[in-house]
Design a protein. Structure first.
Length: 202
């Protein structure tokens, strides 16, 4: 989770640089963003074999398989933060503490100019042997997330505020972070595949 903490620092301090105070996303757009990010991952790994999935461009850099495993283990953890916020009593006084916009979240999280060395937790990550195997676990967790979103109105998600170590975001934005985080690592998969040493199909 160390790298996610770094993302949160970047995210919640990015508002001054990115914010244009425009209307946020609605609930349908949030669900569509989850669908879009999953479909983009599916597109990137379609047709890859086991060797390609496990290829790493160099020391401290993740393979496509590690990127996928990272999403599989972190998305439930991130959802738990949101779940805790929704289970807690509402505190209307915190709403004004949310300074970041939905646009800020997408821009900051998907910005690949900020990179971190692979965490030790992924050095021995499972290596997926096929795209189907790689997607199955993520697909299961995405269903849980979308079912969770379906339980609440947009107003309910906006009225609950999550206190991160470095600032505040509403629960809707906490969910948006999950999808944007997947988009970030989809870009990382593209970087892996564009490496000159990436194994070619026979």
């Amino acid at each position: 989770m160390k790298k996610l903490t770094i993302f949160l620092v970047l995210l919640l301090t990015a508002g001054d640089a990115f914010s244009q105070q425009q209307a946020g996303m609605n609930k349908q757009e949030l669900l569509e963003y989850f669908d879009q990010t999953f479909a983009n991952i599916q597109t990137e790994i379609e047709g890859l074999n086991a060797e390609q999935l496990k290829f790493s461009p160099g020391e401290g850099r993740w393979s496509v398989s590690q990127c996928l495993y990272h999403l599989v283990i972190t998305e439930p953890q991130l959802l738990e933060f949101v779940r805790q916020a929704m289970d807690a009593p509402a505190d209307p006084s915190l709403k004004d503490s949310v300074k970041i916009t939905d646009r800020d979240i997408i821009m900051a999280v998907t910005d690949r100019s900020h990179k971190a060395k692979a965490e030790n937790e992924l050095t021995d990550a499972p290596v997926y042997s096929s795209p189907r195997e790689a997607l199955s676990a993520l697909e299961s967790s995405r269903k849980i997330i979308k079912d969770f979103i379906g339980k609440y109105t947009e107003e309910e998600l906006r009225n609950k505020v999550i206190k991160w170590p470095v600032g505040y975001a509403d629960a809707f934005q906490g969910l948006l972070f999950i999808a944007a985080h997947a988009a970030r690592h989809t870009e990382q998969m593209k970087e892996v595949k564009s490496d000159p040493s990436f194994p070619k199909l026979p």
